[in-house]
Structure formats: structure tokens, C-alpha cells
Design a protein around this ligand. Structure first.
Ligand SMILES: NC(=O)c1ccc[n+]([C@@H]2O[C@H](COP(=O)([O-])OP(=O)(O)OC[C@H]3O[C@@H](n4cnc5c(N)ncnc54)[C@H](O)[C@@H]3O)[C@@H](O)[C@H]2O)c1
Length: 252
């Protein structure tokens, strides 16, 4: 028997960072499983392409910079006003920050920006969304962390720090929300072939692939499958966890 729990019938699912890569693949897959998807990103061109592909009306498309706290509050308020509920959030917005740079050579404003986007953005989205999920006594929150947050990649201090912070945030949030019907988890991919890696130095990429037993990068469509599970009713007895999608690099 096929379980309906992987479907999103009558659900509103918000996908942030939907213009490219993993977020885009996740939005498409989740829409194909029945959700009304609301897509957001700071890149309007990517949003427009995806909206066309999924035939989305204007009130399901939002230009958003997650590093702007007021913008995040207004974004969530607008979705509630327009659609009445949010059943799941998939937050895939992220930036690499500086790579292949030694700690003593870090540029501080770039470091702070990476934390603002990858960590504060995730926290602000969660803060704004949980009162609505609590009211519904149902919600699923998925944040994209990284293997970098579990193991640390050399030369990527700001990214490592932001993703390790996110993993810690998710652990605590899950315990706070455990009796409210709200399940929150993170996902830690190793290297996935997306536009994000186009600026990662050759040396860093080679190092990362050399650590993956399956010997290749992952595809966004592979990551979308696990995200769709994590955002669905089927993910009902795992919370505060960081799921792995690393081609065997992390076995914990
Ligand atoms: N690709 C990988 O190898 C990999 C590995 C581990 C973790 N991740 C994480 O997965 C997530 C998605 O990565 P991806 O590979 O799809 O990258 P990507 O660059 O293809 O997509 C990220 C999206 O986030 C958007 N974004 C960036 N800053 C934003 C902001 N301030 N506000 C709103 N949107 C913003 C970008 O416009 C882009 O569409 C990120 O959090 C990333 O750190 C990726």
C-alpha cells in the first residue's frame, strides 16, 4: 500500500531560496506532490523561471532577502494573510561566504554577512512561522545545514560557523516545539552540483569530493527527495535531527 503521508494535499508549503539549486528542485517536487507552494528568493529572475514552470499566480511568488529581519516578518505575515496557513517551511537560502581563506585573513564584513544569511535568516523565519504552526497544532520546518557544520571544511570559517550554529538551533527548537505538533529538522548535504559551487575554489571542491566514498557530487533532485519527506506528514517521529545526504562522507 502506498502511504498518503508523503503527499501535501491541501497544504501550503513555503520554499525559501527557491530560485536555484536545491530549493528549486524541492519546490518542484513538493508542488508535484500536491502542495500549494509559495516560493521566495532574493533572485527575481530564478523565481520568475520557476513560477512559469509551476504556473504559479503572483501571490505565490515573493522576492525576499532573509538577512533583513523586518522583511522576513512582513513576508510571513503576507503569506498568512493571503493563504491562511503555513504547513511547512523549507529554507534553502544560503551563501558560501569566503572559501579557501585562512582564519587570520578573514574579511569581517563578509563573515558577518554569511552568518546573517545562513543563520539569522533561518532563525528569523522560524521565529515568525512558529506561532502560526502552533495555532494549527501542525508544522514541518526544514533548514538546509551542511556537512561543513558537522565536520568543518578548512578555509571556510564563516560557512562552517553558520551551519554548526544552525544545527544547534534546530536541536533546541525541536525540544521547545515537541508538544506543539511542530517538527523541525536540518539536512546536511556534502557537495551537490548547484550554482552555489560555481565560486568555490577548485582546491576546496577537490578536497570535498575526495572525502565522499561514493566519489561524486550529489544532484539537487536527490536532495529534493529527502527534503520532501522531511517537510511531509510522513516525517512524524524525528525532530531536532540533522539528516545526512553526503554520499557516505558522514555516517553519523
Ligand atoms: N550545493 C552544495 O554543495 C551544498 C552543500 C551543503 C549545504 N548546502 C546548502 O543548501 C542550501 C541551498 O544551496 P544550493 O546549492 O541550492 O545553492 P544555490 O546558490 O543554488 O541556491 C541558494 C539560493 O539561495 C538564495 N539566496 C542567497 N542569499 C539569499 C538571501 N539573503 N535571501 C534570500 N535568498 C537568498 C540564492 O539566490 C539562491 O537561489 C544552502 O543553504 C547551502 O548552504 C549546499
Amino acid at each position: 500500500m502506498t502511504s498518503n503521508a508523503i503527499l501535501f494535499t491541501d497544504q501550503v508549503v513555503v520554499v525559501v531560496g527557491a530560485s536555484n539549486g536545491i530549493g528549486r528542485a524541492a519546490a518542484s517536487l513538493i508542488a508535484s506532490r500536491g502542495a500549494k507552494v509559495v516560493i521566495a528568493d532574493m533572485n527575481p529572475e530564478g523565481l520568475a523561471e520557476l513560477a512559469l514552470e509551476l504556473k504559479l499566480p503572483a501571490n505565490q511568488i515573493h522576492v525576499l532577502d532573509v538577512s533583513n529581519q523586518n522583511g522576513v516578518s512582513a513576508f510571513i505575515a503576507t503569506i498568512i494573510k493571503e493563504h491562511g496557513r503555513i504547513d511547512a517551511l523549507v529554507n534553502s537560502a544560503g551563501i558560501v561566504g569566503q572559501s579557501n581563506v585562512k582564519i587570520e585573513d578573514l574579511d569581517w564584513s563578509t563573515f558577518e554577512k554569511t552568518i546573517q544569511v545562513n543563520l539569522y535568516g533561518a532563525i528569523w523565519l522560524t521565529q515568525q512561522i512558529i506561532p502560526h504552526m502552533k495555532k494549527q497544532a501542525y508544522g514541518r520546518i526544514v533548514h538546509l545545514a551542511s556537512i561543513a557544520g558537522k565536520e568543518g571544511n578548512p578555509g571556510m570559517a564563516s560557512y562552517n560557523t553558520s551551519k554548526a550554529g544552525l544545527i544547534g538551533f534546530v536541536k533546541g527548537a525541536a525540544k521547545e516545539l515537541a508538544h506543539d505538533g511542530v517538527i523541525i529538522n536540518a539536512l546536511a548535504p556534502a557537495v551537490i552540483s548547484t550554482p552555489m559551487n560555481s565560486n568555490t575554489s577548485e582546491e576546496t571542491l577537490k578536497y570535498m569530493i575526495s572525502r565522499i566514498p561514493l566519489g561524486r557530487t550529489g544532484q539537487a533532485s536527490e536532495v529534493a527527495e529527502i527534503i520532501a519527506f522531511m517537510a511531509s506528514p510522513a516525517c512524524s517521529f524525528t525532530t531536532g535531527f540533522t539528516f545526512d545526504i553526503s554520499g557516505g562522507r558522514a555516517t553519523y
